[in-house]
Ligand binder design. Structure first.
Ligand SMILES: [Zn+2]
Length: 248
């Protein structure tokens, strides 16, 4: 089985790192994990690996612009492509259900519903190789944002990390940053990072820092302006979880 081919979505930026990862799975039914943003360089790289063959399908992990906004451009290039996602909002050819099996390249991938970073986030599990296409569940080049009020929900995200951990993957192919070769450790560190932030934010509240602005300034003193809005939403996600925990 040929390994997945990394095709950068060619959209570098403060949220996307060097640009989103999309993963091309070659085989009888060539498939792409995540659509990118329609950058010409991405579409050209995709055309090159297809070498004249049609793209059979695109599996979209979630409907955030850096993963899904390239769907129309891909459809323009490959009109018969089947776009599959749990998220109906990105207008897939049809929506996926949890644990459904999809042919991608020469592999059978299982849909694993993992909401929390986004309301309709899914990972794709290759049971044959014990590898997981992980979307935005973890990343080695920064923190996963939990955008409260925009589909992000911290309690749900932590539960989805447990679902991921239970798979026992030996490798993760994330939507951003390097391939994860030690999934259990990285999932554990990701969970610990969120819980450490929760302790920090609870301490802020206890010391009288009760506004999002005050908390933001305290826990992210050197935050680049470009990331401020996302950090604010993540603080709000923590506050939401603390309120939920308080009521049981
Ligand atoms: Zn995302």
């Amino acid at each position: 089985m040929p390994p997945p081919v990394l095709l950068s979505a060619a959209n570098p930026g403060p949220y996307t790192g060097d640009g989103n990862n999309t993963w091309f799975l070659d085989g009888a039914e060539p498939a792409l994990i995540d659509a990118g943003t329609g950058e010409p360089a991405h579409l050209e790289a995709l055309a090159e690996v297809l070498d004249g063959r049609p793209l059979a399908r695109v599996l979209v992990t979630h409907d955030h612009p850096d993963h899904a906004s390239g769907i129309p451009a891909i459809r323009d290039c490959w009109p018969d492509v089947e776009v599959l996602a749990v998220a109906a909002s990105c207008r897939p050819s049809r929506t996926l259900i949890d644990r459904e099996r999809i042919l991608a390249g020469d592999r059978v991938l299982h849909v694993v519903y993992t909401p929390g970073h986004a309301v309709d986030h899914a990972c794709f599990w290759d049971e044959g190789t014990h590898e997981l296409y992980a979307g935005d569940m973890v990343r080695l080049d920064g923190s996963v944002l939990i955008p409260a009020g925009r589909g992000g929900h911290l309690r749900t995200y932590l539960a989805s990390l447990d679902v991921m951990a239970a798979l026992g993957a030996r490798r993760l192919y994330p939507g951003h940053g390097p391939i994860v070769e030690d999934p259990a450790a990285v999932i554990g560190r990701t969970r610990d990072h969120r819980l450490a932030r929760e302790v920090q934010i609870a301490a802020c509240l206890a010391s009288g820092l009760v506004t999002v602005e005050a908390i933001l300034g305290h826990i992210y003193p050197d935050l680049p302006p470009a990331l401020e809005a996302a950090a604010r939403l993540t603080v709000e996600a923590h506050l939401e979880k603390l309120r939920e925990d308080a009521v049981g």
